[in-house]
Design a protein around this ligand. Structure first.
Ligand code: IMP
Length: 177
């Protein structure tokens, strides 16, 4: 049985949309500095492509947080595995995430970051699954809204596999188990 059920978003469509969202970010923060924060590991590939299309005075930082154990269901708990390297007080902060699912991870991160007095705080996500939301979280920037399917590729994993695929794909869960 094939482990990949289908391609949901192909490489060329991702590329076009990432450029479009980067142009919007560039316009929205015109004349300002921006700190782009990558949520490891899922957002790493999206982040690398996005920041290279943003035409601003940029700083980059990295955090690691997880609301998932293994497999495809959320544990509902968030762990901060690696915090930011620098203070964010007075800075425009853009958190870059791979996917907003329940919204629990980003609500937690937003709450922590907000206590550190950034000048502004926004979220940019590659994928959004609004049908799964358990919080009020609405990302300011998003590339694609997707249905309630577990996806991999372009940074997203299933038990650490499939991150390097160029397209966003739906896996055949029976085949990968
Ligand atoms: P949330 O806290 O439920 O919004 O979950 C966010 C995190 O869950 C993401 O950063 C992903 O790591 C993971 N996640 C949620 N849905 C998927 C999916 O369809 N494929 C891969 N990872 C996912």
């Amino acid at each position: 049985m094939n482990e990949i059920k289908k391609i949901l978003i192909k490489e060329s469509d991702i590329k076009r949309k990432v450029k479009e969202v980067a142009d919007t970010v560039t316009a929205d923060y015109a004349g300002e500095k921006l700190l782009a924060v990558c949520v490891l590991r899922g957002a790493s590939i999206f982040f690398a492509d996005l920041v290279r299309e943003i035409n601003l005075d940029l700083e980059l930082d990295f955090i690691s947080a997880s609301s998932y154990g293994s497999g495809t269901s959320s544990s509902g708990e968030v762990k901060m595995i690696k915090d930011l390297s620098e203070p964010i007080a007075g800075k425009n902060v853009l958190i870059v995430e791979d996917i907003v699912d329940t919204g629990i991870t980003l609500s937690y991160l937003k709450k922590i970051f907000a206590t550190r007095n950034p000048k502004s705080l926004r979220i940019c996500t590659l994928l959004d699954k609004p049908s799964r939301r358990k919080t009020e979280l609405v990302p300011e920037y998003r590339c694609f809204e997707i249905p309630n399917e577990f996806v991999v590729g372009y940074g997203l994993d299933y038990n650490e596999r499939f991150r390097a695929l160029k397209d966003v794909c739906v896996i055949n869960e029976d085949a990968v188990k």
